[in-house]
Design a protein around this ligand. Sequence first.
Ligand code: HEC
Length: 149
Amino acid sequence: MRFPVGILPLSAFLLAACGPAPQAEVDTTPLNGREIYATRCVSCHQADGGGIPGHCPPMVGSPILAGSSDDLIQLILLGKKGPIARNGVTYNGVMPAWRYDLNDSQIADVVNELYARWQPQRAAISPEAVQNIRQSLVGRQPFSDSLPK
Ligand code: HEC
């Protein structure tokens, strides 16, 4: 079935004016930690937290997750690279820096998601804790960590 071309702009106008909300509208729902992990972290660290042996280290049994939450926040903000060994496997990939992509509450949410899944005894952290670390890192280059290897 064909419509005369002249009808199209008019019908587009009518749809925009009184039709249902367009599908392409931007979703402004805040991401929770589970969604952030599923969209920003899962390709490397995997849904089960097992990582990709030789490429991306596992969350399961990670000494960084077991260690200081300040170090973990710093790692997520600044990223990290350089060789590490986990469970007898060497990793020398690049953990991206997230400081321009995730805000304080999103980073707190994803840290709390990591804790809930792989360090369930840990207390949740607050967006204010992320804000403090973020401020302490102003001027620091990405990957300039001083974290445990
Ligand atoms: C492009 C792949 C990639 C993505 C995406 C990624 N990471 Fe990583 N991540 C890595 C690599 C590689 C390392 C190891 C870096 C090194 O050599 O120390 C790492 C290290 C880590 C560590 C420390 C693990 C350990 O035992 O040393 C944590 C925690 C972590 N990432 C969390 C996250 C979170 C949270 C996200 C999502 C916001 C994320 N990663 C997204 C690749 C990635």
